[in-house]
Each structure stands twice: as structure tokens, then as C-alpha cells.
Design a protein around this ligand. Structure first.
Ligand code: ADP
Length: 286
């Protein structure tokens, strides 16, 4: 199996790991930690690593399908608007076979969702055995936008960090590897990306006038992200802090996080549950 390409000096899973005491305000969103290549190296490397990821994903799927393996992976993408969540979905997860991917984006809760506990819609979207689940936003919105916008009382959102940790522990114990990615874009880069969306009719659909209102609350969001990282970075479901001003870097980094998670599962191709020789002979005569 392919090792980490040598353009990486440090594995993203260690160099991007959130460590107690790290400050969100210190994050350099334009940095490329652990990577000694540059943008010109990205396309070929991304293609090569996508293929490695796709192979592992197929193996995960095959085990879930035929070998009774109940395990799964859950990629949690959290970040401010324009951080590039959609690009990760398209350019990284997009390399996988859609058969084995369960993608869900979480927007403002519907009336039905609001009538339930906030984890209800999350539980309904968990990946089945052998699948990679992708959360484009997640249960963390319930301690991010909900906290910043005072959508519930502080004692209500305040109790959610422990509850989220317990929930994630339950998932991990049941065989789900959780890959949590906090995507950080700088305010300057966000402004450029928002402006760029207004320059191109094919990008209007991505522009939401409400995004500017969230942008005004940048310091409050930073505080809320800090609390998320401080309180929900566990040994069983750790956070990775990914600088996202350079899309090519964030995509390469998340690809490596997924490859690492899959490799740690020690997968192999499921053996035949039939007599291969006998079946060859039967096919010959068919
Ligand atoms: P995106 O902006 O990612 O393209 P959408 O337009 O569908 O996606 O909606 C995302 C919006 O939904 C964001 O503003 C986000 O803060 C909000 N949202 C997500 N979850 C919740 C929640 N639990 N409570 C309130 N708002 C939420």
C-alpha cells in the first residue's frame, strides 16, 4: 500500500491535530503545514492519492457487503461559508464510488427536524456498514450557529458538548471511525471568494446574501469554534484543523486524513465464500 508521498514532511493527521491550548486566532489559514511542495505539485499528487483512497474505499465497501464487516467511516466537515466544504466533497470524496458514500448536508432545521432532539437528523444520516458518511455541516452547528445566534438558552447549548462527546463515543464503539475536519479560511480570502461568486453567473447559486451577516459575527464564530475544539477533541474522535485559503492544500490534506483512517482499519479484500476452482470450471462450461 502506498506510503505517504515524500512531498509531505509530516503526516497531516499529526501536524493538523488540534492540541489542547491551540488558539483558533493563531491559525494561519494560508499555511500549508507539513507539505513541502506547492500548487504545481497538487494536480498529479491529488490524482494519485485519489486513486489510493478509492481503492481503500472499495475494500471497505466490499467488506461491508460480503464479509459482514459492520465498520464505517464518518467524515465531518465544519467550516465558515466559502471554506471549501463543497470542494472537498467534489474533489476528494468524489473519487470514491458513490455506491459506498452517504452524503448529507445539514441546513437550517426543517419543521420536522425542529420537533425532534437535535441529534435525531444526525442519527438518521449515519453511514451504513461499509460506507463513508459525509457530513457537510453537522451536529456541531448546534453549538456553533445556535450559540452565536442565541437560538437556544446558554444552558441548553452548554450541555451539548458533553452530549456530543457521548454520542460520538457511542458511534466509535459501534465501529465508526470519525474524521473531524475544522476548515479555516481567512476573512480576506472569504471576502475574495464571495466577490468572485458575484462575478460569475455560474457561481450565483453558491452566493447567499445571508452569508454576509454571518461574516459580521466572525469573532463570535471564532469563539464558538474555540469552544468546540477545546471541549470535543477526544482521543476517540479528534479534531483536525485544516488551513483552507489554498484549496489545493486542504484537499490534499483531507485526502490523506481519509487514507490514514482507512488504512488504520487494516482492510483486506474479502476472501471468496465459494470454491474458486469449482466456479472457474463452471464458468468455463457455461
Ligand atoms: P451552505 O451554506 O453550506 O451551502 P445551506 O444554504 O443549505 O448550506 O444552509 C446552511 C445554513 O444552515 C448555515 O447558515 C447554517 O448555519 C445553518 N444551519 C445548519 N444547521 C443549523 C442548526 N442546527 N440550526 C440553525 N441553523 C443551522
Amino acid at each position: 500500500m502506498a506510503e505517504l508521498p515524500d512531498l509531505w514532511t509530516h503526516h497531516p493527521s499529526s501536524v493538523l491535530a488540534f492540541r489542547p491550548g491551540n488558539r483558533v486566532t493563531d491559525i494561519d489559514a494560508g499555511a500549508t503545514p507539513g507539505f513541502r511542495g506547492d500548487k504545481a505539485d497538487a494536480p498529479a499528487l491529488q490524482a494519485e492519492r485519489n486513486a489510493v483512497f478509492a481503492d481503500l474505499q472499495e475494500m471497505l465497501y466490499a467488506n461491508g457487503k460480503t464479509a459482514g464487516d459492520h465498520r464505517s467511516v464518518l467524515l465531518v466537515l465544519q467550516g465558515m461559508d466559502t471554506a471549501g466544504k463543497g470542494g472537498i466533497v467534489g474533489h476528494v470524496v468524489g473519487a470514491a464510488n458513490p455506491m459506498g458514500v452517504r452524503y448529507t448536508s445539514f441546513g437550517v432545521p426543517t419543521a420536522e427536524e425542529r420537533a425532534h432532539h437535535y441529534l435525531w437528523r444526525i442519527r438518521n444520516a449515519l453511514p451504513p456498514a461499509g460506507h463513508i458518511g459525509v457530513f457537510d455541516r453537522s451536529h456541531y452547528e448546534d453549538v456553533l450557529v445556535v450559540r452565536v445566534r442565541n437560538l437556544v438558552a446558554p444552558e441548553v447549548w452548554g450541555a451539548r458538548y458533553d452530549e456530543i462527546n457521548a454520542f460520538e463515543k457511542e458511534l466509535v464503539d459501534a465501529g465508526t471511525t470519525i474524521v473531524k475536519v475544522a476548515m479555516f479560511v481567512s476573512p480576506e480570502e472569504q471576502k475574495q471568494r464571495l466577490a468572485a461568486r458575484l462575478e460569475r453567473p455560474d457561481k450565483y447559486w453558491k452566493y447567499n446574501p445571508g452569508d454576509l451577516d454571518e461574516r459580521k459575527l466572525w469573532p463570535q464564530y471564532q469563539e464558538a469554534y474555540q469552544a468546540v475544539l477545546d471541549k470535543t477533541n477526544t482521543d476517540y474522535a479528534p479534531w483536525h484543523v485544516v488551513p483552507c485559503d489554498r484549496k489545493w492544500y486542504s484537499r490534499l490534506a483531507v485526502t490523506e486524513l481519509l487514507i490514514e483512517a482507512l488504512r488504520a482499519m487494516d482492510l483486506s479484500w474479502p476472501p471468496a465464500d465459494f470454491d474458486v476452482e469449482a466456479e472457474r470450471a463452471r464458468v468455463e462450461q457455461a
